[in-house]
Design a protein around this ligand. Structure first.
Ligand code: GTP
Ligand code: MG
Length: 304
């Protein structure tokens, strides 16, 4: 990596965002970085692998780690997602546990609380989605959680509106250890563009398809061609598990895949700031959730 020159008196650290599926981790990551990097959907288990979002706050470089939601895993893919989330937390300098204040402490959050209670280190607690909750309920929830874990400090935030997020940022900037910045000042993520581009399409799969389909699908960028006219041609494959799912992703006369492609293309043009020609293919791979190649494309370890 190129030498990174930084001012003196700098700090730098990794900050893991962990929590139950749907707690709002990816929304918060995007808010903290000030740009949309991570995909977001109303459905649980949207994020599948760790994603770094890097931001400068004063003299501190904060390397945020968005993680998959932590839940009771069943499939191999689930296990790999949950392992990625915990290793994100274990490698980090600071861990922020996000709790959806509107939902309260469900089974998934309880499991995380139990595991965190076994650690000596303190975590930061962020009660999220406060835009949806009355203040008295919020205080009750904070008191309940304080009893269950070693949390200091506690923030009440809305990743969606940004409420309280600046306080969290300032705290983190002072909390990470002194040291040189680990990434160039203008770097926003460690994720390759090919992965981010596949994620943009996967977000549309999560937004536009329902039931088991988002979970039965994965998206990979197959080729990327920068054209002389400044545009880019991106070919992506949506893998599903069964022919019947392929038919649904394509939709009646191809309407669904067209709609997915249109939204994804518009997002990609914004992200890449140039014209995009996006070609989507839908392939059936019966057991893609057991295929090391598909895991590698998602940035997940297969051996879990
Ligand atoms: N009202 C409100 N909604 C929020 C807030 N933060 C996130 N959401 C919504 O909650 C849903 C889940 O958000 P995500 O950011 O995808 O949650 P996540 O924790 O990354 O979810 P997984 O990746 O599935 O673990 C989306 O519909 C968001 O718009 C918030 O502060 N307020
Ligand atoms: Mg997420």
């Amino acid at each position: 990596m190129a030498e990174v020159s930084t001012p003196t008196g700098t700090r730098c650290g990794y900050v893991a965002l962990i929590g139950a599926p749907n707690a709002g981790k990816s929304t918060l990551l995007n808010r903290l970085v000030g740009r949309k990097l991570a995909i977001v959907s109303p459905k649980a288990q949207t994020t599948r692998s760790r994603l770094l979002g890097i931001a400068i706050e004063g003299k501190s470089q904060l390397v945020y780690v968005d993680t998959p939601g932590i839940f009771a895993p069943r499939r191999r893919l689930d296990r790999a997602m949950v392992a990625a989330a915990w290793s994100g937390a274990e490698d980090a300098d600071e861990t922020v546990l996000l709790v959806d204040a509107a939902r309260g402490v469900g089974r998934d959050t309880q499991r995380i609380l139990d595991r965190l209670a076994g650690r000596e280190r303190k975590s930061i607690l962020a009660l999220n989605k406060i835009d949806l909750v009355r203040r008295d309920r919020l205080l009750g929830l904070a008191a309940d959680l304080a009893k269950q874990g070693n949390f200091d400090p506690v923030f009440m935030i809305s990743g969606l509106s940004g409420d309280g997020v600046d306080d969290l940022k300032r705290h983190l900037a002072a909390a990470v250890p002194p040291g040189p910045w680990l990434f160039p000042e203008d770097q926003l993520s460690d994720a390759p563009e090919r992965l981010l581009a596949a994620e943009v399409t996967r977000e549309q799969v999560f937004l536009q398809l329902h039931d088991e389909l988002p979970y039965a699908s994965t998206v990979e960028t197959e080729s990327w061609e920068n054209r002389r006219d400044g545009s880019v041609r991106i070919d992506e494959v949506i893998y599903v598990e069964r022919p019947s799912q392929r038919a649904i992703v394509l939709g009646d006369r191809g309407q669904r895949i067209k709609a997915i492609g249109a939204r994804a293309r518009a997002e990609l043009e914004q992200m890449l700031d140039r014209r995009v020609h996006l070609f989507l293919f839908v392939k059936v791979r019966e057991n893609w959730g057991e295929d090391p190649e598909r895991f590698a494309a998602l940035g997940l370890d297969y051996e879990v």
